[in-house]
Design a protein around this ligand. Structure first.
Ligand code: PLP
Length: 388
């Protein structure tokens, strides 16, 4: 040992395996990267080098998972974040200036609503929330101040769908940036970028990862729009951690298989439960009885794993069935291998008045199901016994 004990332990073994071309991308568990000399750093600064500088800017494991998400979305480029909300926040901070107006569906993920309603007005951004009826004529919603148009389809919890192509076209005509939250559909069932939407945002915590064990988010789209989001991410610091990126990259390999099974299981459950005497209504875009079945059929290649039931007896009725579930777990979130159920009145619509519930088309008897990858007969049997 020609150096001290600590020096030897810190430096021995490091940087030895650059020739190991592993079959999978390892977890680059490093904050920083080594340069040969000053010129190599200069080359990096000028964008002429393939080296890395700092993992808040970029990390090979994260970039590997980003390449998979971009491929899934049919996008030029995708960026990963520490959560869906970090993705949305960074996207909006990158795109908006004080005085800009954002048109946003009133029926939108709660976190997105609070970001646009409570936070961004403090920076001079003006949100305008619009109803599902208004979204049917998106051309009328855009003003000279509108910079960005944010919407979802299908929408939580009743899985109402809006005309994605029509919104995209209206935005293109007025040079407004359109953004869809495509979390519920996943790119396997719905391909918004190919329908003309500018940017696709998703909570990768849901179907993309699909195992209920990673919190992550993604924004994907063309280079020209993704680069400003990348510059914002470098400053705001919301990039995904390499461990989580590894797990997500691994899970993405089975995304088509998983989503196909979610689609099949959800259709089986929705069809079996529709018509049950204790169920007033089943909301599933794949059922002809769904109010948006026609548009869903046009713009989706599968109808997803989310099913919503409106059961007899209002809140008490829904709670009774909920408490009797056994295979299906009482939990929020969605898109995992295990089926879960949540009650909108206790989660997304907690504290809402009767008028607010009515305006959102949500009843006290609604149960939201994320149908997992179990055997469908077991899920149907569990719901049937819980309904009594
Ligand atoms: C979960 C979810 C989000 C937020 O994602 P996080 O990963 O929880 O931050 C956004 N939109 C939709 C539709 C979601 O379901």
């Amino acid at each position: 040992m020609d150096k001290g004990f600590s020096t030897t332990l810190i430096h021995s073994g490091e940087g030895r395996f650059t020739h190991a071309t592993s079959l999978t991308t390892p977890i680059f568990e490093t904050t920083s990267y080594v340069f040969e000399n000053a010129d190599a750093i200069r080359q990096y600064n000028e964008g002429k080098s393939r080296n890395f500088l700092y993992s808040r800017y970029e990390n090979p494991t994260v970039m590997s998972a980003e390449a998979k998400v971009a491929a899934a979305d049919g996008a030029e480029r995708a960026l990963l974040f520490g959560s869906g909300m970090a993705a949305s926040t960074t996207l909006l901070m990158a795109m908006l200036n004080a005085g800009d107006e954002v048109v946003c569906s009133a029926a939108v993920y709660g976190g997105t609503f609070h970001l646009l309603n409570d936070f961004l007005p403090r920076f001079g951004v003006v949100p305008r929330f619009v109803s599902l009826e208004e979204l049917a004529c998106p051309e009328r919603l855009i003003t000279d101040r509108t910079r960005l148009f944010w919407f979802e389809s299908p929408i939580n919890p009743h899985l109402r769908c809006v005309d994605v192509r029509r919104i995209a076209t209206a935005c293109r005509a007025r040079r407004v940036v359109s953004v869809i939250d495509n979390t519920f559909a996943s790119p396997i069932n719905q391909r918004p970028l190919e329908m003309g939407v500018d940017l696709s945002m998703q909570s990768a915590s849901k179907y993309l990862n699909g195992h209920s064990d990673v919190t992550a988010g993604v924004v994907s789209g063309p280079d020209e729009l993704i680069e400003p989001v990348n510059l914002a991410r470098r400053k705001l610091g919301g990039i995904l951690d390499p461990q989580a990126a590894y797990a997500l990259g691994r899970a993405l390999k089975t995304l088509p298989l998983r989503v196909a099974r979610h689609n099949g299981n959800a259709m089986a459950v929705a069809s079996a439960i529709e018509g049950h005497p204790r169920v007033k209504r089943v909301y599933y875009p794949g059922l002809p009885s769904h109010p948006d079945h026609a548009i869903a059929t046009q713009q989706m290649s599968g109808f997803g794993g989310m099913v919503c039931l409106d059961v007899d007896g209002g809140e008490a009725g829904a709670c009774r069935v909920f408490d009797r579930l056994s295979v299906i777990k009482r939990a929020v979130s969605l898109g995992g291998t295990e089926s879960v159920c949540s009650l909108p009145i206790l989660t997304s619509q907690w504290g809402h008045t009767d008028e607010q519930l009515a305006a959102a088309g949500i009843t006290k008897g609604m149960m939201r199901l994320s149908i997992g990858l179990e055997d469908p007969e077991d899920l149907i049997a569990d719901l049937t016994q819980a309904l009594g």
